[in-house]
Ligand binder design. Structure first.
Ligand SMILES: [Zn+2]
Length: 678
């Protein structure tokens, strides 16, 4: 598998501008040091003007103008935006959401992956495009479709999905008896006597069977995984020399990123900073994307200023654009493409910034992009084939995520909850810094943040990932655990790994039911104990965790553990925030055991990053470099990136004198960083 190519470019929509403008745009792109443009992800209606009538002349001319200027091209299959004639001819290809509402045409992603005619036409436009441009040397890569899952469009309950779901279940379970057993359909008289009786989870008076829900989520995810794989197969056939990627988006967790990534040469993602996003959450997003394939990635849409869609839409201050690009590169981005070249004059995204404004004036962002463009060759040489360092990995499992999403069991862990009320306190101090848009962070982020604050680097990977590459593993949400998870993790620990497991581990089986044995089910031997009971606590009702030498704060979810012989109790529950004692005061909250050459720490509760930071010495981890808050030091091969995310000047003392990549004369131990500097 070749390295992810080093690429610097921009996303361009020639179809939205007069042809007489194209050459000037191309010239300005080159002047800014950009050398790649991404094209065409929303241009289906211009390629196929009526069913079976193809028009490629405009793209031929655009490629000629761009190629003439020395620009290379990433072409996209245009399937997220079917033309109006398609949805008029085949109106039942419009997807139906979980409320049973059929989408209207006219925007994007309003289609069902399982609708036969949409699917046939989506693959035909892909094949036509690949056959025409698959051997074109100006084209270096392809992006399949655009942002699977955007606008909550993975889960479709339409009449095409119903039989497809039934067939999927038949293939998974083999017999109705097996399905009835796995889902426990004796509950509420849900027993099925024919596959045709099983429906996607449409609106109903009460909650659907959790087994049905999780399998429907798996089926929905796989529908798009297969849609992507089918496009990839066509591209591989017709464009054998070109690389293939797809642009993931961090919040779109309704499909399994690890499965989509398997079919791609490398993954890309679209790096947007909604209002309230913090440097730590953006860093975590990069590391989650790196972990999708455990390989360097591209940021194929890098925000350049205001977006049009957040709650508030602050402008980037001077320096922010280059800082965001450098943060991505530090965390393993090999490509940066800015979104978008020019602010649109028409259409729903007209308030979204571009490197040119809507009137074609160059912006501050273009000047900053050009400054990085001047340095790109130096960077490219230094980055080629170099991966970021990883001191640890954090396991992230989609099935567990979907199970927790549907049955959070406490409002505080409800991923859909809009509120960002603090959940944990030390005295009067809130203990969390979680981006409110993504409550998946409640499991994952405290572990990530503890590492990040100490400039320790973590990849966020699948439990099926390459565990042997890491010395320390965190498993914050291994809610659905199987014997195979247990065996894999056990072998890894015995060989010398340090494992930290979070609460709610191993409570559920693969069918989203509870194991026959006490929590943590098949993980009991590995973790060295079982859960006797658990409590959920309302926001702010923190409980003390007594480690003997230290008292820390926890809350939200509190499990009472019974250690097996040979397992130590590392911490017990102490006082409530108001000073009273919970009935489980003095009971086991955190377990510790040695196993083979390794060790396992089990957390029965949720703390802030402080809890994880307290455990770092036990895991053999310490800060390689100490930096002020919100100044990151990120290691990528022989390179050290110092990134100042604050609006103040900062000073960092590095452990030895380092040369400057861009200024060979400069060698420093004390590095001064300008506001938003690097
Ligand atoms: Zn459907």
């Amino acid at each position: 598998m070749p390295h992810t190519p080093i690429t610097y470019g921009v996303d361009y929509y020639p179809e939205q501008w007069p042809e007489t403008r194209w050459a000037e745009d191309a010239r300005l792109m080159r002047e800014a040091g950009l050398h790649v443009v991404r094209l065409a992800e929303f241009a289906w209606a211009l390629f196929e003007t009526a069913e079976g009538t193809f028009e490629w002349a405009w793209l031929d001319r655009a490629l000629a103008v761009l190629g003439e200027a020395g620009l290379k091209v990433v072409l996209c299959t245009p399937t997220p935006t079917p033309p109006a004639w398609l949805t008029e001819t085949y109106p039942d290809c419009l997807n139906v959401d979980e409320r049973g509402v059929r989408m209207s045409p006219g925007t994007r992603r309003h289609i069902c992956a399982n609708h036969a005619d949409y699917r046939r036409l989506a693959m035909r436009i892909t094949e036509q495009m690949a056959a025409r441009y698959g051997k074109d040397e100006r084209v270096i890569a392809w992006q399949t479709d655009n942002e699977f899952g955007c606008h909550d469009t993975i889960r479709c309950t339409c009449p095409s999905c119903e039989p497809a779901f039934q067939h999927w279940l038949e293939a998974r379970y083999g017999s109705l008896e097996a399905l009835n057993e796995a889902w426990g359909t004796n509950f509420w008289s849900q027993r099925y006597s024919a596959w045709s009786q099983i429906q996607p989870p449409r609106p109903a008076p009460a909650d659907h069977n959790p087994g049905l829900l999780l399998d429907f989520y798996r089926f929905s995810s796989e529908s798009w995984v297969k849609f992507n794989a089918e496009q990839v197969a066509l591209l591989r056939q017709h464009a054998p020399g070109h690389l293939i990627t797809h642009n993931l988006m961090i919040y779109f967790f309704h499909f399994d990123h690890y499965q989509v990534a398997q079919d791609l040469d490398f993954v890309s993602w679209d790096n947007y900073h909604h209002f309230g996003a913090q440097p730590v959450t953006v860093a975590a997003n990069h590391d989650l994307i790196w972990g999708a394939k455990e390989k360097n990635f591209w940021v194929i849409e890098q925000q350049v200023g205001q977006v049009n869609w957040s709650v508030y839409n602050p402008q980037f201050p001077p320096g922010m654009l280059a800082l965001k690009a450098m943060q991505a590169i530090a965390h393993g981005a090999d490509g940066i493409l800015y979104f978008r070249w020019r602010q649109a004059r028409k259409g729903a995204e007209m308030y979204h910034s571009g490197l040119l404004d809507h009137a074609a004036r160059p912006t501050r962002a273009l000047a900053e992009a050009a400054l990085l463009g001047e340095r790109w060759e130096t960077l490219a040489q230094a980055l080629e084939g170099i991966e970021p360092a990883h001191d640890a990995a954090i396991l992230h499992d989609f099935a567990s995520h979907w199970a927790l999403e549907r049955q959070p069991h406490t409002r505080s862990l409800n991923f859909q909850a809009e509120s960002d009320e603090p959940l944990l306190f030390a005295g009067d101090e809130p203990l969390q810094s979680i981006a409110p848009m993504n409550r998946a962070g409640l499991y994952l982020l405290p572990m990530y943040e503890a590492l990040w604050r100490n400039n320790l680097q973590a990849a966020i990977i699948s439990p099926e990932g390459r565990l042997e590459r890491y010395r320390v593993l965190f498993a914050p949400q291994l809610h659905i655990a199987t014997a195979s998870h247990a065996a894999r993790l056990r072998a890894w620990v015995e060989a010398g790994g340090s494992l930290v497991v979070g609460p709610r581990a191993g409570y559920k089986d693969e069918s989203n039911g509870l194991h026959e044995v006490p929590q943590p089910g098949p993980l009991a031997e590995l973790l060295g104990g079982t859960v006797r009971e658990f409590d959920t606590r309302e926001p702010g009702n923190t409980v003390e965790l007594d480690f003997g030498d230290e008292a820390l704060q926890a809350g939200v979810w509190c499990e009472v553990w019974e250690p097996a012989p040979g397992t130590q109790v590392l911490a017990t529950y102490g006082r409530n925030r108001d000073g009273s004692l919970p009935y489980y005061a003095g009971q086991a909250a955190v377990l510790y055991r040695r196993l083979g050459k390794g060790q396992v720490i089990t957390l029965g509760t949720m703390g802030g990053w402080q809890l994880i930071e307290y455990l770092l010495p036990q895991l053999g981890l310490s800060a390689p470099i100490v930096t002020p808050m919100n100044v990151e030091a990120v290691r990528r091969g022989p390179l050290l990136f110092l990134l100042n995310h604050t609006e103040q000047q900062q000073e960092v003392t590095v452990p030895r004198a380092w040369g400057d990549l861009f200024d060979k004369k400069k060698v420093e131990e004390k590095v001064r960083l300008a506001p938003y500097g690097w």
